[in-house]
Design a protein around this ligand. Structure first.
Ligand SMILES: Cc1cc2nc3c(=O)[nH]c(=O)nc-3n(C[C@H](O)[C@H](O)[C@H](O)COP(=O)(O)OP(=O)(O)OC[C@H]3O[C@@H](n4cnc5c(N)ncnc54)[C@H](O)[C@@H]3O)c2cc1C
Length: 385
């Protein structure tokens, strides 16, 4: 058991810190106000080797471990949550699904494009009538000659309308239940691909969530990444790493809020003293630090046990529930420590508070993660119908 970064992790962090301070921190508030992060900024992350850290070098990546990636993501997210999310999406989630379950041809064609920033990738699971109950999804894929023909609607898709590829979860050839679900890679330039607009939301505004519609969209069979059959477990297991990455973003944002509030409280004077001279404030800081550390080690545990970027379901869900709920508490306390100033838009805390709120929902709600944890504890499936 190791509780310190390795020399190579330390050196990667030492490179990331000045990059984040120079290229990210000064602009995070602006991207939030603009509700947009420019593509040239996203390209900087790819150029700095932050995309495809978890992808083997033969596919254009850096061949680093999931834990290495998580450490970097946490560092970036201290300054900017959306930048952290962008890096998660191009190290875990869809790219991990392709790496683990895609064909050799798909890996050689698509992964280098993603690692270089030429193409960005979304994941399209959620539908208006299938959120937590994902196995009820109805987007259909019908086999016709050399193609699958897709019809359906997805919503809350991160990066919709801004990213070239989407890994779409669909029901193949009308097969019922989880066994009918597979995943196919679509490109935004395919005929029948429609961007249905943005969903305005509370936080993480620099990257948009939106609607995608597919109308008689022909997708070549060579883009089938996970065929239907017994594959639903594969599809979900590939997503565990995404949850750990998202947890690292939540942790990073909360750490950033804590650091800011601690410095502010150390300066702020009331009743003739620094407010950190009051025990009530000291205990608040201590409680926040305890929670941050607890989340950190749950996340590191899940990431360090990953195999080819796929983390254990129980450990991923434990980390995600704790980190996402902790981050909301810590960011709220950070605002409290800074008084009315903390609530103002002059400080970054209100943005951080809005940004962390998404993590108890995005990537599977805290309730569904608890259900997964209970399933592991009890050792049996827990049908919700
Ligand atoms: C910022 C953000 C980004 C997202 N990005 C993506 C993306 O890129 N791709 C994608 O496919 N999806 C994405 N999502 C969607 C996300 O995965 C879903 O919001 C999530 O799975 C929950 O589904 P729902 O919103 O339909 O809630 P619902 O399923 O309608 O649930 C509503 C509430 O009921 C609870 N609930 C439901 N069933 C049960 C049960 N059996 N027991 C106890 N409680 C239950 C839920 O936990 C939740 O609190 C994103 C969401 C957000 C907020």
């Amino acid at each position: 058991m190791h509780f310190h970064p390795s020399p190579s992790q330390q050196s990667a962090l030492e490179k990331t810190r000045p990059f984040a301070l120079r290229e990210i921190a000064p602009f995070a508030a602006q991207w939030d106000r603009d509700e947009h992060i420019p593509r040239r900024q996203i390209q900087k992350y790819a150029d700095a080797g932050l995309f495809g850290m978890t992808i083997p070098e033969e596919y254009g990546g850096k061949g680093r471990s999931a834990l290495d990636a998580v450490l970097i993501i946490e560092e970036v997210a201290r300054h900017c949550g959306i930048s952290g999310r962008l890096i998660v999406d191009h190290n875990f989630g869809a790219v991990m699904t392709i790496l683990n379950f895609g064909t050799e041809e798909q890996k050689r064609r698509v992964l280098p494009e993603v690692c270089s920033g030429k193409s960005l990738m979304s994941i399209g699971m959620t539908e208006p009538e299938a959120g937590s109950a994902l196995t009820e999804l109805t987007t259909s894929a019908r086999e016709e000659g050399d193609d699958f023909v897709l019809n359906g609607k997805k919503h809350w898709i991160t990066g919709a309308g801004e990213r070239e590829y989407t890994l779409v979860y669909a029901r193949f050839n009308e097969l019922p239940g989880p066994k009918g679900i597979g995943a196919i890679l679509v490109h935004q330039e395919m005929a029948g691909f429609h961007y249905g607009g943005r969903i305005p939301s509370l936080g993480v505004r620099g990257v948009q969530e939106g609607i995608l519609e597919f109308k008689e969209m022909r997708v070549p069979k060579k883009n089938l990444v996970v065929p239907p059959g017994s594959a639903f477990g594969h599809l979900m297991s590939a997503y565990n790493g995404q949850r750990v990455g998202a947890s690292a973003v939540a942790l990073g944002i909360a750490q950033g809020a804590f650091d800011f509030a601690k410095d502010y409280a150390n300066e702020r004077r009331q009743f003739g003293k620094r407010i950190t001279d009051f025990q009530a404030i000291q205990f608040k800081l201590a409680d926040m630090a305890i929670e941050l550390d607890a989340a950190r080690y749950l996340i590191y545990r899940a990431a360090s046990h990953a195999k080819l970027g796929i983390t254990d379901r129980y450990e991923s869900s434990v980390a995600k529930v704790y980190a996402s709920e902790m981050a909301v508490r810590v960011c709220s306390e950070a605002i409290q420590l800074c008084g009315a100033q903390g609530y103002s838009r002059d400080l970054p805390l209100e943005r951080m508070y809005r940004d962390v709120r998404c993590f108890t929902l995005a990537g599977g709600s805290a309730e569904m993660q608890r259900l997964g944890i209970a399933t592991s504890i009890l050792g049996r499936s827990l049908p919700q119908k």
